[in-house]
Design a protein around this ligand. Structure first.
Ligand SMILES: [Ca+2]
Ligand SMILES: [Ca+2]
Length: 148
């Protein structure tokens, strides 16, 4: 009886811990075929809750043409390497994890409107570092056979 109680309490503690981790610093959810997990921090950096913006839907809906119009609504600003914060998701992303069907890639750009220097990721479910750190202003999905 005592052992069963210990097991139940341990499970309860783990469940509460997991729920707290999931709820901390995530903005957006409920995705379709395409999804972008856009992180304020680099992989492994959990400071400032490592805030996460999720956008999702179809190929077009999951993109963002201007992150400067997407308010950062979580506690604290979206952190940049310069030590300052942004009140929007513009120029503060440090890593990204795309989810997409085979044959697609995610492109992200230093300017809004899908322009300026671009980077890309074509492996679904893998989180990658944004090498042009804290510069991303738009992102979208493209076919692999297309340019960004
Ligand atoms: Ca950042
Ligand atoms: Ca920018």
């Amino acid at each position: 009886m005592k052992r069963r109680l210990i097991v139940v309490l341990a499970c309860l503690a783990m469940c509460l811990t997991f729920a707290a981790v999931v709820n901390a610093g995530t903005q957006g959810s409920g995705c379709g075929t395409f999804q972008v997990d856009f992180y304020e921090n680099a992989p492994g950096d959990t400071s400032d809750n490592n805030d996460l913006l999720i956008t999702c839907g179809n190929q077009v809906q999951a993109g963002r043409s201007n992150l400067g119009t997407v308010n950062h609504t979580l506690p604290g600003d979206c952190q940049t390497s310069g030590g300052g914060g942004s009140s929007t998701w513009n120029d503060c992303g440090s890593s990204v994890r795309p989810w997409m069907p085979a044959g697609y890639k995610l492109c992200w750009y230093i300017n809004s409107g899908y322009s300026g220097s671009a980077q890309q990721a074509s492996v679904s479910g893998t989180r990658v570092t944004i090498s042009l750190n804290d510069t991303t202003s738009s992102y979208r999905f493209r076919l692999n056979i297309e340019g960004c």
